[in-house]
Design a protein around this ligand. Structure first.
Ligand SMILES: *Cc1c(COP(=O)(O)O)cnc(C)c1O
Length: 225
């Protein structure tokens, strides 16, 4: 059963309040990406009716099938935040607006090719580079030392590089803070405005360290089915 809109709105207000407290001001620049992975199309529609624009999906097949069933797709900005496989990029190109998990050159090249094929201007497609700062291979992301090369490849491809993304270690807030501070520093060095970092459990430290996008699942939608 889909979540009630009133429930989502209540939780959205709670998340906003946490961000405002961490940012120390109500007019912060932190965008909330509602992570709808594992939730059904009806829940995505309820999210859209709440006026939430940015949603995050992690699994290619699920993302493509679900978004095809969502009538409110035009009012949503779909962020892909999961591991990217090259052979899934073509299908994703039809429904993804922001690619957050780019971590290797073949993926940059494939996205730029498929976006072109889909008849979209590469300049209008937003991307972030995912950086692995925890050493956990399961999380994906490139080595910090690879970021510069990838950023220039994205430049060549004319995709619109917004910034960097990382997944915190999910062990302690002190360790999350350390990673988030590193990511913000790397983005600043490259002159990139956006840092996508922080999830339900560590959004406060992410905001304190300069996140501009937080990816929130459970705090907005409850336990995943
Ligand atoms: C699932 C997921 C999230 C959301 O996690 P919550 O703990 O539900 O807030 C954020 N980012 C990524 C990359 C995820 O896979």
């Amino acid at each position: 059963m889909a979540l009630a809109e009133s429930q989502i709105l209540k939780r959205y207000d709670d998340v906003q309040a946490r961000i405002i407290a961490a940012a120390g001001r109500p007019d912060h620049d932190v965008r909330i990406v509602a992570v709808t992975k594992a939730f059904d199309a009806l829940t995505v529609e309820a999210v859209a009716r709440c006026g939430i624009v940015d949603i995050g999906e992690s699994y290619a097949q699920e993302c493509v099938a679900k978004l095809a069933a969502v009538s409110l797709k035009p009012s949503l900005r779909v962020h892909f935040i999961g591991r990217l496989q090259r052979n899934k990029v073509r299908k994703l190109a039809a429904c993804v607006d922001v690619w957050q998990s780019i971590d290797r050159v073949v993926i940059v090249d494939e996205i730029s090719r498929r976006v072109d094929e889909a008849g979209r201007r590469t300049e209008s497609v937003d991307v972030l580079l995912q950086v692995n700062l925890t050493g956990a291979a399961s999380q994906g992301g490139c080595e910090p030392s690879a970021v510069e090369t990838l950023a220039s490849r994205i430049d060549d491809s004319k995709l619109n590089l917004l910034g960097l993304m990382t997944i915190g270690p999910q062990r302690s807030l002190a360790e999350s803070r350390h990673c988030f501070r590193q990511l913000r520093h790397m983005a600043d060095e490259l002159g990139l405005p956006h840092c996508s970092m922080g999830m339900s459990t560590d959004l406060e430290v992410a905001v304190e360290e300069g996140a501009t996008m937080v990816r929130i699942g459970q705090s907005l939608l409850g336990v995943r089915p």
